[in-house]
Design a binder for this molecule. Structure first.
Ligand SMILES: Cc1cc2nc3c(=O)[nH]c(=O)nc-3n(C[C@H](O)[C@H](O)[C@H](O)COP(=O)(O)OP(=O)(O)OC[C@H]3O[C@@H](n4cnc5c(N)ncnc54)[C@H](O)[C@@H]3O)c2cc1C
Length: 556
């Protein structure tokens, strides 16, 4: 168990290290040279140096046993420095996850080696013909027998886009055994095992990504993770909630890193006689809505992390929602930050274009956004059917109850989003519209927005009550968080109402059904809930630019 003090010390060391060893000039140079700073990655993962890996490794194997919440905080902090280096560090934990969840006690020695020796791992799942659909895996692991005893395996195949592929000391490789997909631990230098040159990538150019080839690579039978064939996909699934949260934290950290460059820039850049920060058409388009979306993602990450840590299971769907919201928000924030810096934003020197290229990967790896939409939609569809359409109406009633206790956090507007979502899903059920894959996936998006709105309202209420997790991000006070929550809830309600209607009508239902849906979606109430939006955006803008404190006569 890591205390708040220890976590803060680790985060501070990480930030100090970033400032010292990875200043902007160094990052820009490495990005241009497309170079992974291996020595820096090793320094970060060395027990006698920065030792970031210790936070991820359980205490019984020599680590500090950070929980999901701690790991989210570390991932966000790493992403704020450089997402490529962060990916290198994360790859070790993705690579060792099958070992953490599925290995035999003897195999867990590898976790000890990560803690004590700082060895780097890579996670080898993706193949040239198996990306989103890992079931299409072609790499094989053929049994090597001694009589009727399995003594080892011969692995043949290739892996694509493997982070740390060219620099890892050990690899977990997913391969098909006679009993199905299974993870194997393969060490660097094994005969028949090779990696390609690093990929020339759009972003995260400070991380090493390489293809792997395996030609008759022999491993002893004790390198089969867990010792039982066919457990590979279950072992991968068991940690999806957790690993997706880490990538969600990457989206959040990178998105904020970009905004935290755009915000100060806009206070200094004078156009038309005044700073950009004083122009509503600038802040309310480029800055404030992105803050609201990122903080909605954060609320979902923090709540899911707490629930995983409380033992509620792997929470794969919640991890998917957190990843979807935070990485999409991170991308939007970084793109808006380029716009916010104008021509300067388009150059390397000002970093936001690099962050924008980097954060792009977060909607692709660890499951693309489309796969997240599908995962979310399929899971919640089952809840919709099981509760005969009541699931989101029930959540709406809970949000209304929260509104009764905390009328300031926008929980009533989140309830409108949830009610509209329930109606859209019911209409999709009655018309059997999820036979259209596009509608199924769009529902995933609406679900993510509506659930995140309710979650952000809960976070704002907890903040008001002084009951946020002690390790939670405290950038915004209760009043600011409430305003952010209201802004986001309005967006979510508009989305559920307007886009829900759009897709249902677009699937070709009758005029009468559209008219009935217009009523059941409570569109007039959703429209009226937009009242106060500009004032809330003004307030959040004032908070971001330190104008609230100044008005109140306090230090900015
Ligand atoms: C820089 C980088 C680092 C990576 N690191 C690792 C790593 O360390 N280990 C590892 O194993 N993998 C890694 N990956 C691989 C990554 O996880 C995959 O790229 C990702 O899962 C998508 O697979 P794919 O590239 O084959 O795309 P595809 O699966 O072919 O998808 C292409 C597009 O089609 C969409 N799509 C796919 N299936 C469907 C569907 N059923 N319905 C609708 N749309 C669909 C996708 O959303 C996407 O937009 C990395 C990738 C990159 C680029």
């Amino acid at each position: 168990m890591i205390t708040k003090k220890t976590l803060n010390l680790s985060l501070k060391s990480l930030r100090d290290f970033g400032k010292k060893r990875l200043p902007d000039e160094t990052i820009i140079d490495l990005d241009a040279k497309d170079e992974c700073p291996l020595e820096i990655v090793r320094h970060m993962c060395s027990p006698d140096k920065l030792g970031i890996q210790l936070l991820f490794v359980p205490e019984e194997y020599g680590g500090m046993g950070g929980n999901t919440f701690d790991v989210y905080c570390v991932c966000e902090a790493m992403a704020r420095i450089d997402l490529g280096v962060a990916t290198s560090v994360l790859a070790t934990f993705l690579g060792s996850d099958p070992i953490t969840v599925g290995a035999t006690p003897e195999q867990k020695i590898w976790l000890g080696r990560i803690a004590d020796e700082g060895i780097l791992f890579a996670y080898g799942a993706t193949e040239p013909n198996a990306g989103s659909d890992l079931g299409a895996l072609e790499t094989t692991a053929e049994r090597v027998m001694d009589g009727d005893r399995i003594v080892g395996y011969k692995i043949n195949g290739s892996k694509q886009w493997i982070s740390n592929g060219g620099i890892a000391d050990a690899y977990t490789i997913l391969a098909n055994t006679p009993a199905g997909p299974s993870w194997f631990i393969v060490e660097k230098g094994a005969k028949g095992f090779a990696h390609d040159e690093p990929e020339d990538k759009h972003g995260i150019r400070l991380s090493n990504t390489a293809a792997l080839s395996l030609g008759d690579v022999y491993v002893d039978a004790d390198r089969l993770v867990g010792g039982v064939e066919g457990q590979g996909l279950n072992q991968a699934q068991a940690v999806f909630g957790y690993t997706r949260l880490m990538v969600a934290a990457f989206g959040l950290g990178a998105g904020w890193a970009a905004l935290d460059r755009a915000i100060p820039y806009s206070t200094k850049r004078i156009q038309g006689g005044s700073p950009l920060s004083q122009k509503q058409g600038y802040t309310h388009k480029l800055i404030v809505p992105n803050v609201a979306r990122l903080e909605a993602g954060r609320a979902y990450i923090e709540e899911t992390a707490e629930r995983i840590d409380a033992g509620e299971g792997s929470l794969n769907t919640e991890g998917a929602i957190a990843k979807y919201m935070s990485t999409e928000a991170g991308n939007m924030a970084a793109d808006a930050s380029i716009q916010a810096l104008g021509g300067y934003g388009y150059t390397h020197e000002y970093m936001v274009e690099k962050i924008s290229r980097d954060v792009r990967i977060t909607t692709i790896y660890e499951g693309t956004s489309e796969i997240m939409e599908m995962t979310i939609s399929r899971d919640r569809w089952q809840l919709h059917l099981k509760t005969r359409g009541q699931h989101y109406h029930d959540l709406a009633r809970r949000s209304e109850a929260l509104h009764a206790r905390h009328p300031e956090v926008g929980a009533n507007i989140a309830a409108l989003a949830l009610d509209a979502l329930a109606e859209v899903m019911e209409k999709a059920r009655a018309g059997r519209l999820t036979r259209y894959q596009h509608i199924l996936l769009r529902l995933g998006e609406l679900i993510a927005y509506a659930e995140s709105a309710a979650c952000l309202a809960r976070r704002a209420a907890r903040m008001a009550e002084g009951k946020l997790n002690e390790k939670a991000n405290m950038r915004f006070d209760a009043a600011a968080l409430a305003a952010i929550s209201r802004i986001f809830a309005r967006e979510a309600a508009m989305k559920a109402g307007a886009e829900g209607m759009r897709w249902i009508a677009g699937a070709g239902v009758s005029d009468a059904e559209i008219a009935a849906l217009e009523t059941s979606l409570k569109l007039p109430a959703i429209h009226r809930a937009q009242a106060g939006l500009i004032a809330d955006m003004d307030y959040v803008g004032d908070v971001l630019y330190g104008r609230v404190a100044k008005q109140a006569g306090q230090a900015a």
